[in-house]
Design a protein around this ligand. Structure first.
Ligand SMILES: Cc1cc2nc3c(=O)[nH]c(=O)nc-3n(C[C@H](O)[C@H](O)[C@H](O)COP(=O)(O)O)c2cc1C
Length: 181
């Protein structure tokens, strides 16, 4: 099973989540983990699962303006030039058997703010013909710069393991199709 995990991260929190997801997936898959600026423009024909994730900015996926705003709030460690919105936008429509899953990081301050980059990414991918294996998932940070709430990397690892099991089940039950969200 081949999996590509593409992540975007301003301050490093989504990167940590992506690494944990990749760890979970590695239980039964060959996993490539890449930052969105280095992600391939074309997906390999043997790819089984594409996992895409990034931070939630202004209730959705980042934009050039929100990334510029982020750079005024703290040291940006990566992804200043391209985000998952631009990367997905430049992808060719789905080919082959690849299915997808999306995740994001979001803030939790008393109550959960609405809006999710993962839901936005899922909508964009669906428009390009990519089916979703599971609903979009969010992982939580304490504030704009982080850090991740206790237990979130463990939850991300388990989510990765569950994704791997779900793809395996698809392969053994060809009649079962991924969810159309
Ligand atoms: C410009 C900007 C806008 C943001 N808007 C939201 C938002 O609408 N909802 C939310 O939950 N978090 C919001 N956040 C917090 C980010 O989700 C948080 O910085 C991110 O999860 C950290 O991940 P990273 O270290 O990978 O960039 C915003 C952060 C920035 C810098």
């Amino acid at each position: 099973m081949q999996v590509l995990v593409v992540y975007e991260s301003m301050f490093g929190n989504t990167e940590m989540v992506a690494e944990a997801i990749a760890d979970g997936l590695r239980a039964g898959a060959e996993v490539e983990l890449v930052e969105v600026g280095a992600a391939p423009a074309k997906l390999g024909s043997a790819l089984d699962l594409l996992v895409v994730g990034g931070p939630t900015h202004a209730f959705g996926m980042t934009r050039p303006s929100t990334r510029t705003d982020a750079s005024t709030k703290g040291p940006v460690v990566m992804s200043p030039d391209i985000g998952m919105r631009e990367w997905i936008g430049a992808l060719a429509d789905r080919q082959g058997r690849v299915t997808t899953a999306t995740f994001d990081t979001r803030m939790i301050k008393g109550s959960r703010l609405p809006g999710s980059a993962a839901r936005g990414a899922a909508r964009l991918l669906r428009r390009r013909g990519f089916p979703m294996l599971v609903p979009p998932e969010s992982f939580y940070v304490e504030g704009v710069l982080g850090s991740l709430l206790d237990g979130e990397t463990g939850r991300a690892q388990r989510w990765g393991k569950d994704l791997q099991s779900a793809v395996s089940q698809l392969a053994t039950s060809p009649g079962k199709s991924p969810t159309a969200l």
